[in-house]
Design a protein around this ligand. Structure first.
Ligand SMILES: Cc1cc2nc3c(=O)[nH]c(=O)nc-3n(C[C@H](O)[C@H](O)[C@H](O)COP(=O)(O)O)c2cc1C
Length: 178
């Protein structure tokens, strides 16, 4: 699968098979995260791999999302803000942008390797921090539950807006068209 095909065919997978993901596969996925661009190449991301279901169940006490509680593995994507790049005296949270780039890289790698995943923002940072002993100053950005899956258990296709609605040419009022 080439890069463009991976981008176009990736979608969120929320129902996983009860099948372990080999450590070397997770290693390759983390390696894809590490290849993401980061401001000043500071690489402030920290990836915590969780396969312990007891711990997973603690992450999302409000919504109990099935994708969080039944994943084969969850990559908990954090950053160390002490490592962030700063632009002058502006506080721009570049470390969070860096983490987002790493997450998308990992989602694409997961898809290219034949597994599925979903980017999860609805979870309790407080409960997750406690469950995983995450240092107080780290930012917990998102969860990436992942695993093997069956097509028929994951039929949702999220529609996209038309490009003409969101792409502009030379000014913000002229739609970009091919
Ligand atoms: C920052 C962020 C947070 C998200 N949080 C959740 C979440 O908590 N639960 C969930 O099921 N999906 C979550 N998603 C996935 C989106 O719902 C999904 O990417 C979107 O509907 C488009 O669908 P697709 O990924 O299949 O293309 C999140 C995505 C992003 C980028």
């Amino acid at each position: 699968m080439d890069a463009l095909e991976a981008i176009v065919t990736r979608r969120s997978i929320r129902t996983f098979l009860d099948r372990q993901v080999p450590a070397e596969v997770i290693w390759r996925i983390l390696g894809a995260g590490l290849r993401a661009p980061s401001a000043g190449n500071r690489q402030p991301w920290r990836f915590i791999v969780v396969t312990d279901r007891e711990k997973m169940r603690l992450f999302d006490p409000q919504y109990h999302q099935a994708c969080v509680e039944s994943a084969a593995a969850i990559i908990v994507v954090c950053t160390d803000p002490h490592d962030t790049w700063e632009r002058y005296d502006e506080h721009a949270d570049y470390h969070v942008l860096d983490a987002a780039a790493a997450i998308e890289n990992m989602l694409l790698a997961i898809h290219a390797l034949g597994l599925g995943a979903v980017w999860v923002g609805a979870f309790s940072p407080r409960a997750t921090r406690k469950a995983l002993n995450i240092p107080a100053h780290w930012r917990i950005v998102s969860l990436v539950p992942m695993g093997y899956y069956r097509e028929e258990d994951n039929t949702d296709r999220a529609p996209r807006r038309r490009l003409e609605e969101i792409a502009f040419f030379n000014d913000a009022a002229t739609p970009f068209t091919a």
